[in-house]
Design a protein around this ligand. Structure first.
Ligand code: HEC
Ligand SMILES: [Ca+2]
Ligand SMILES: [Ca+2]
Ligand SMILES: [Ca+2]
Length: 258
């Protein structure tokens, strides 16, 4: 090995050793700690980031007015702030007792990550390093992921999020923190005639076509999900269609309430 090459290699090692230090310090922006959404019992990012009021906004989009047990919903967290250029967030969903509600599914793993815990602990979706959209001026930036509603009616579910509209100076100064919350109501308790998908008082072929239209053709909403859930086990899906077909045409068992 030439002396010159040896010097180059040694120099390279020292340089990479030096860059390790800023990489470790920078670990905050690769995902905040849990418990910072502003939900009951939590603080927000203001524990470290600026407390000055900004003129931007944070929204949680896609939360259903009323959830159907077991159904997946695309949730979007949107953050914007004129003049800022780096972004972060954290979101959780809780039941009336404050326990984690439903299941989060990461659909864009370069931008979002999940901090998953056994029930009843809360789960947290948050940005990754790439997901800070460093250098994207003003926003809005969007983070998308799926929330699958709990497999039973657990009462009202509340979503809480905190967002950091940052200035991208690699420190916690000069940033603006926002919070937002949304509510998904509990499904109606309404199961007096299981299998009556369209809720018109009788169970027949029309209920099957209604359910197929709902599942596969963006048909009208289910007036009573419990009655559409023919086999009594959430989610409402093709198995309930098969169950109803069997009830009506093959002497299969009657539909049941959950
Ligand atoms: C315990 C202190 C602490 C808390 C709480 C905290 N952060 Fe940070 N954050 C830091 C530090 C320190 C930095 C700078 C180093 C870095 O980039 O990791 C930082 C940097 C960031 C950056 C890049 C900022 C810039 O200007 O470049 C974003 C975005 C960010 N955090 C998002 C969040 C979000 C969102 C929350 C709340 C959900 C949060 N942080 C809560 C300490 C914290
Ligand atoms: Ca900053
Ligand atoms: Ca009917
Ligand atoms: Ca079912």
């Amino acid at each position: 090995m030439s002396r010159r090459l040896a010097v180059l290699i040694t120099g390279g090692l020292i340089l990479s050793g030096v860059t390790l230090v800023p990489m470790m310090v920078a670990s905050y922006s690769s995902g905040p700690l849990d418990g910072l959404t502003g939900a009951p019992g939590e603080s927000t990012c203001t524990a470290c980031h600026g407390t000055a009021a900004g003129d931007g906004s944070l929204s949680i989009l896609g939360v259903p007015t009323t959830y159907i047990p077991g159904q997946g919903y695309t949730i979007t967290v949107r953050l914007e702030d004129e003049g800022q250029q780096r972004w972060g967030f954290e979101l959780t969903a809780i039941d009336p007792e404050g326990a984690g509600a439903g299941t989060f599914i990461i659909t864009a793993p370069t931008l979002t990550q999940l901090s998953d815990h056994p029930a009843p602990s809360r789960d947290y979706v948050k940005h990754t390093s790439n997901g800070t959209f460093n250098g994207a001026p003003h926003g809005p930036v969007n983070w998308n992921f799926t929330w699958q509603a709990p497999l039973a009616n657990i009462g009202q579910v509340r979503f809480y999020a905190a967002g950091n509209a940052a200035n991208g100076n690699l420190t916690s100064t000069g940033d603006f923190i926002y919070t937002a919350s949304r509510t998904a109501n509990a499904p109606a308790v309404c199961c007096d005639l299981p299998g009556d998908v369209n809720n018109n008082g009788s169970v027949n072929i029309i209920d099957i076509t209604y359910l197929i239209a709902y599942l596969y053709k963006s048909g009208p909403a289910l007036p009573c999900p419990d009655e559409a859930n023919a086999n009594g086990i959430y989610p409402v899906n093709i198995i309930d269609v098969a169950y109803l077909l069997s009830t009506l045409y093959k002497n299969g068992p009657d539909p049941v309430c959950p």
